[in-house]
Design a protein around this ligand. Structure first.
Ligand SMILES: [Zn+2]
Length: 163
């Protein structure tokens, strides 16, 4: 078997976290932040669980990383996220000056790292992020499509029970 690259190794960890979100009925999205070879922030989507639009995987991981580093600036950190960040998270990534983000799969409907807009690489901002896309892409995108397929089936079953 082929040896996993470092990016794939960390993306796998983010995928494992994403699956925890699914256990709570949240869309499976996971995020890891690495600093000097150590994972210092972990997060998975808790939007439904916490009833908060702020509970995205990236923001939760950034909060933890900031505590460990002792700074809101996450300079020297590398973020791994299973799905392309939204406008809120992409904005926070630029604000925190994270130098590098690795993305699993893209989100054509809401992604703000190249799909709808590319907030991470805008020359007009005071910070640009180095972006790598498509690491463990198939795994990340299959995880989402199977989640939504199950959701549709569940809704269909509920409807049938009512009639
Ligand atoms: Zn987000």
């Amino acid at each position: 078997m082929r040896k996993l690259s470092e990016d794939e190794k960390y993306m796998r960890q983010a995928i494992r976290l994403a699956k925890k979100a699914e256990e709570n009925g949240d869309v499976p999205i996971g995020c890891i932040i690495v600093y000097e070879g150590k994972v210092i922030g972990r997060g998975y989507n808790k939007r439904n669980k916490d009833k908060s639009t702020l509970a995205h995987a990236e923001l939760l991981a950034m909060k933890k990383a900031g505590k460990i580093i002792g700074d809101w600036r996450l300079e020297g950190c590398k973020m791994y996220v299973t799905l392309e960040p939204c406008q809120m998270c992409a904005g926070a990534i630029v604000q925190a000056r994270i130098p590098e983000v690795v993305i699993g799969c893209m989100n054509s409907k809401a992604g703000c790292a190249g799909s709808i807009i590319n907030l991470l690489e805008m020359p007009q901002f005071n910070h640009q992020v180095k972006v790598t896309r498509g690491v463990c892409e198939e795994e990340c995108s299959n995880m989402l499509s199977s989640f939504f397929a199950k959701l549709r089936e569940k809704k269909k079953a509920e409807k049938t029970c009512l009639t």
